[in-house]
Design a protein around this ligand. Structure first.
Ligand code: NI
Length: 165
């Protein structure tokens, strides 16, 4: 449960710096990498991560810029820049429209009651979940995965350290 706006902003900024590193590593070609036949592509998962920020606007926050589109762009640079735009939009909305008290309010969404604090926490976990899926597909697409929560295998090799299996 997130109980203060500041807690959320700090947590979001820590995570979004990592997400930006991951998104900035994508190439247009890599977006076509698929999980398996008839499953989502890396580009669709990346875009799902980005346009899920829209959901916070359905909880009563009003964004001062257009929401992210439904369809995934074919440009990796556009996905990364839309993530930055939407994130800033969402943070501006939270800072200007919610107080710590707002986090205790309950909003009915899709037939379920959601505490705003729980929704913010869910949005962080959702981003982390899909980011984890992305890094596997990025490896399969031949990209070098950036540091997410510690050095990568490539980082160890570069330092001359034998990576753990
Ligand atoms: Ni999802």
């Amino acid at each position: 449960m997130i109980t203060t706006i500041n807690d959320f902003i700090q947590e979001f900024e820590t995570e979004s710096a990592i997400t930006e590193r991951v998104l900035d590593t994508l190439t247009d070609e890599s977006l076509k990498q698929i999980v398996s036949d008839n499953q989502r592509t890396l580009g669709q998962i990346a875009w799902h991560l980005v346009n899920s920020i829209n959901y916070l606007s359905y909880l009563g926050l009003s964004f001062d810029e257009p929401l992210a589109s439904e369809d995934a762009p074919s440009s990796a640079a556009e996905i990364a820049s839309e993530y930055r735009r939407l994130s800033q939009c969402m943070l501006r909305a939270i800072r200007s429209q919610w107080t710590d008290e707002s986090l205790n309010q309950v909003v009915n969404f899709g037939g379920q009651d959601w505490h705003n604090g729980a929704s913010l926490r869910y949005s962080l976990r959702h981003e982390i979940h899909h980011r984890g899926q992305m890094t596997v597909l990025m490896r399969q697409a031949g990209l070098r995965v950036p540091d997410v929560l510690g050095p990568t295998r490539d980082d160890w090799i570069e330092k001359g350290v034998k990576p753990y299996a």
